[in-house]
Design a protein. Structure first.
Length: 94
């Protein structure tokens, strides 16, 4: 918030499960989909485009002009679940 005097807003986006280049192969597998989607209230993983849209909103929307020092959580409701941030772990291969 110390940057607010210079009219610089500092915010963050905290994404949940979003398949990206280095994780897409693993997270798009049927096993990972079954494992993770049952823990997401919206029953789907996020997309890179959804995270980008939130970034654009923070940068360009008049509604965000009075926002600073805030983290926006985009996780399909995962954090709001009572058992999170405990995350499921894939079964180990023998």
């Amino acid at each position: 918030i110390e940057w607010a005097q210079a009219n610089v807003r500092v915010n963050a986006i905290a994404p949940g499960i979003v398949p990206v280049e280095r994780t897409a192969e693993m997270l798009n597998s049927p096993e990972a989909q079954t494992l993770w989607q049952s823990h997401l209230p919206l029953r789907s993983m996020g997309t890179v485009e959804q995270i980008a849209d939130a970034c654009i909103w923070l940068l360009d929307s008049p509604a965000s002009q009075w926002m600073t020092g805030t983290a926006i959580t985009l996780d399909g409701g995962m954090l709001a679940r009572a058992n999170m941030p405990i995350r499921p772990r894939p079964a180990e291969n023998d």
